[in-house]
Write a protein that binds this ligand. Structure first.
Ligand code: PLP
Length: 379
């Protein structure tokens, strides 16, 4: 039976050749492809700096470090995200404060954030769930009024726009992920983009053990050209030239991928929009916006979600659920005293959500098949 997964990378001969070229060259890691990839992403977004990591998770961890956060600090984020969003500060000893989602956006409820801010809160981490760009204008006002840094988790939203501005331009730091189900891939990988030179320098140091060779940062002069210093506790979070070559090649196709994702979402919208007990994902209401459709979350009411999920699976339509609310994971319950009932909108969303297949390689026939099977299962 033909299987249609919920997401899939698109690697072509050009990508393969780009990787082979690096494998035949002098550098397979820490060579020129990394800078090229970082510059290309910065240019795409229209921002000054980009620092690539070996995962989006590592990139978020780096952003928390660069922002100077530690065990005394807290971040505010949405429970409807992947655990990496909030784990990124827990790695540094800090703690997460969750704010429920807005059922009109599936993202953090901007109207509730201020009441959740405490003395410890240093950053807000909006998650552009599914590729829906969170309203950063409103969020910026809240952040500025409360002296908070915005670290945007745009793992789902490279190429998305609001008010005609590319996601990545408005937060203090923004993370994009290059995991294979994302818009473009480097196998594993992620990146932080920022306009802030201090963040940029700290991100670079953090991804390589906390080590620097930069003469203006060294505490000792003229020790020798081999000399470097470890100044912070960093990690080996380096991306390779092999991965960066793949990313560079993929980036050339990003706009085509996003366009195709939009076309598929439109077909689903048309099919499901007027069907009772189904809810299609929200469209950003602000002018000149673009939803990046990393995934297509369909909400299903009056039917047992598990039954629908399993029957579709039997028919070869392999869906997913995004996400188990973070506060319901045992680690979070035990460590932070969180519990069922804490965030009712997120929990209700989770109970009804299924992520149906959406990836640029999907053919029109496959889209039709998914729609047909969903209708058949719901009958
Ligand atoms: C919202 C969100 N944040 C963070 C991450 C972590 O990214 P990565 O898988 O590249 O480490 C992901 C990846 O699934 C994600 O979806």
């Amino acid at each position: 039976m033909k299987k249609i997964p919920y997401g899939k990378h698109w690697i072509d001969e050009e990508d393969i050749n780009a990787v082979i070229k690096v494998l035949r060259g002098d550098w397979i890691t820490q060579g020129p492809a990394i800078d090229k990839f970082e510059n290309a992403i910065a240019n795409y977004v229209g921002i000054r700096y980009a620092v690539a990591f070996n995962s989006g998770t590592a990139a978020l961890h780096g952003a928390m470090f660069a922002a100077g956060l530690s065990k005394h600090d807290a971040l505010i984020t949405s429970p409807i995200s992947f655990v990496a969003t909030s784990n990124s500060l827990i790695y540094l000893g800090g703690k997460p404060i969750f704010v429920d989602i807005d059922i009109d956006t599936y993202c953090i409820d901007l109207g509730v954030i201020e009441s959740a801010i405490t003395e410890e809160t240093k950053t807000i981490v909006p998650v552009d769930y599914a590729g829906y760009p969170v309203d950063l204008k409103q969020l910026r006002e809240i952040a500025d009024d409360n002296n908070l840094i915005i670290i945007e988790d745009a793992a789902h939203a490279i190429g998305a726009k609001r008010y005609g501005k590319m996601v990545g331009l408005e937060a203090d730091m923004t993370m994009f992920s290059f995991h294979p189900v994302k818009h473009i891939t480097t196998g594993e990988g992620g990146i932080i983009v920022t306009n802030n030179l201090d963040y940029y320098e700290k991100l670079k140091i953090f991804r390589s053990h906390g080590i620097t060779k930069d003469p203006k940062r060294l505490t000792i002069e003229n020790e020798g050209s081999w000399y470097y210093e470890m100044q912070y506790l960093g990690y080996n979070y380096r991306i390779t030239d092999i991965q960066s070559a793949l990313g560079l090649s993929q980036l050339k196709k990003l706009d085509t991928f996003i366009t195709r994702r939009g076309e598929i979402a439109k077909k689903y919208d048309q099919a499901f929009r007027d069907i009772p007990n189904l809810k299609i994902p929200p469209h950003p209401p602000y002018p000149n916006s673009l939803h990046a459709y990393h995934i297509y979350p369909l909400l299903i009411y009056k039917h047992d979600r598990k039954m629908v999920f399993n029957k579709l699976k039997q028919e070869g339509i392999i869906c997913q659920v995004h996400y188990i609310p973070i506060h319901l994971h045992p680690f979070y319950k035990n460590k932070f005293g969180l519990k069922q009932g804490d965030f009712p909108f997120a929990e209700d969303f989770y109970n009804h959500e299924i992520t149906i297949p959406l990836y640029p390689l999907m053919t029109d026939d496959e889209i039709e098949l998914v729609i047909e099977k969903i209708f058949a299962v719901l009958k």
